[in-house]
Design a protein. Structure first.
Ligand code: AMP
Ligand code: ZN
Length: 482
């Protein structure tokens, strides 16, 4: 059985679902005013591994994700500038163009990292009527009030507001409100906006009609509204980065449970942050690392995925180029070892089952991906047929999604090419299997033997012009395309 740490109870628990064998899963999606940074993508990688682990262990999963394309302010405490508008101003585009551009960029990054697209992806701007309906319901039930042009959720109506932490109101008040002017319309410090009509910005770009005037939804309401529509009233698993726990998830719980009148989601999964030596990576800091930057520097995005899998999702992870270089070394060695396995069809089912059980146990142990990676090495070390090993690795890769077998096959072909060797008169040419090049290399050798060094140099230059580099080695030469 899958054991997961639950932020709501602060314990590792057996994962339970409302309908046996079926998981309703929700993930907070990206705010599309800028590229996702590799910290955001750490969260999406680990959530992808979670979803695939559930499917792999037999669950049927319906996964829903929002795209925040409206109303997400630069501060989680309902203050600050609209992030979308900030992006539009920065790039001289409309808010909707910005949203489209960065949504596409997000999914392109996900593809490079082998992150599966959720079953349902819903931009917040597409479901405004549902949010309005929910806000109306909360007002009717006495959980929300209209003040100074905005609709607020009244946190004093709840028995328990701080679901994820033991903070008292005083502590939070200082942390959240530092440097921010007081919103005097709020009845309680942690009340939050469900619907804004009083925007601080004259040029608020996206606005809709509502019973309270023209305005736009608060950030938290979108996740509740989208999940209720596509996951139903009983959510089994809610995911996000740890910074989402307060206030975002806390507010989602407050408004959703007040609206539906019962407990909403039992299991809360939070991924801890990717940090650099100078602290948490964040979009608002302006300078951050993207998948494109990794590629520009010559790193395979899947090496970053493996780097994430090497540590537990509930620990902070420090990114550095040195760590990436180590990950490259580990990844290449791993692929090299798999490439040395000989495909065949003598799979030993008993060994397969025994080893697979270890991999499953690692995943079911609060998604211990580091342990799951160790299980990969256990396969390589096992005393069994290569066919069994390859079958196991293909099976594990459904969850790991590191393209282990495809990369090993490419490596095998590369090795095969590199291994072409031709020996003539005691002189061995090792190359990439091109007879014309081998012939030129041989001519150069003959010229050198005849002490015709000018001709030997001419042939070297001719090969160089074709992008071929020759290295003289004992008893022959090696050439490769550069
Ligand atoms: P955003 O696009 O800012 O709404 O964030 C998208 C997701 O990334 C959310 O689940 C955040 O909690 C998560 N996140 C933000 N910063 C980091 C970080 N440095 N490391 C890991 N996850 C993060
Ligand atoms: Zn959310």
């Amino acid at each position: 059985m899958m054991q997961l740490y639950n932020s709501a109870t602060r314990k590792k628990e057996e994962f339970q679902t409302h309908t046996p064998g079926h998981v309703e899963m929700y993930t907070c999606g990206p705010t599309v005013y800028h590229f996702a940074h590799i910290g955001n993508l750490r969260s999406y990688i680990m959530e992808d591994v979670l979803e695939k682990s559930l499917r792999y262990t037999g669950y049927d999963v319906n996964r829903v994700m929002n795209i925040t394309d409206v109303g997400h302010l630069t501060s989680d405490a309902d203050e600050g500038e609209d992030k979308m508008l900030k992006g539009a101003k920065r790039e001289n585009k409309t808010v909707m163009d910005i949203a489209k551009f960065y949504t596409d960029a997000f999914f392109s990054d996900c593809e490079k990292l082998n992150i599966k697209t959720p079953d349902v992806v819903q931009p917040a701007t597409g479901l405004i009527d549902d949010f309005i309906h929910m806000v109306e319901g909360l007002i009717e039930k006495g959980f929300a009030y209209f003040a100074g042009g905005n609709v607020y959720f009244d946190t004093s109506k709840l028995n328990r507001y701080y679901v994820f932490n033991d903070h008292n109101e005083e502590d939070l008040a200082v942390g959240v409100r530092e440097g921010v002017e007081e919103d005097t319309n709020k009845r309680n410090k942690n009340d939050f906006v469900l619907w804004f009509t009083k925007s601080k910005f004259e040029d608020q770009a996206l606005k809709w009609d509502s019973p309270w005037g023209v305005g736009y939804p608060g950030w938290h309401i979108e996740c509740s509204g989208i999940s209720l529509k596509y996951n139903g009233e009983y959510l089994d698993l809610h995911c996000g980065g740890i910074d989402n726990a307060f206030p975002h998830h806390t507010n989602e719980i407050a408004q959703t449970e007040s609206f539906v009148g019962h407990e909403w989601c039992k299991q809360w999964f939070h991924v801890h942050h990717l940090n650099t030596n100078s602290g948490k990576m964040s979009k608002s800091k302006g300078e951050f690392l993207t998948v494109s930057l990794l590629e520009e520097k010559g790193y395979d995005p899947l090496v970053y995925r493996m780097f994430c899998l090497q540590s537990h999702y509930r620990k902070g992870l420090v990114f550095s180029w040195e760590n990436m270089d180590n990950a490259v070394g580990t990844f290449n060695k791993l692929i090299g070892r798999i490439a040395n396995l000989k495909p065949g069809d003598d799979v030993d089912q008993a060994v397969f089952d025994e080893l697979k059980a270890k991999f499953v146990a690692a995943l079911e142990n609060d998604l211990n991906t580091a342990q799951a990676m160790t299980a990969v090495y256990d396969v390589l070390k096992a005393k069994t047929t290569d066919a069994t090993k390859l079958a196991l690795l293909a099976d594990y890769d459904y969850v790991l999604s590191l393209n282990l077998l495809e990369k090993a096959e490419a490596k095998r072909q590369e090795n095969a090419k590199a291994a072409t060797a031709k020996t003539e008169g005691g002189y061995t040419i090792v190359g990439e299997g091109d007879p014309a090049i081998d012939a030129l290399v041989m001519q150069r050798y003959e010229a050198k033997k005849a002490k015709n060094f000018a001709e030997a140099d001419r042939i070297r230059d001719e090969l160089k012009a074709q992008g071929i580099e020759i290295v003289d080695v004992a008893g022959g030469a090696q050439w490769k395309k550069i």
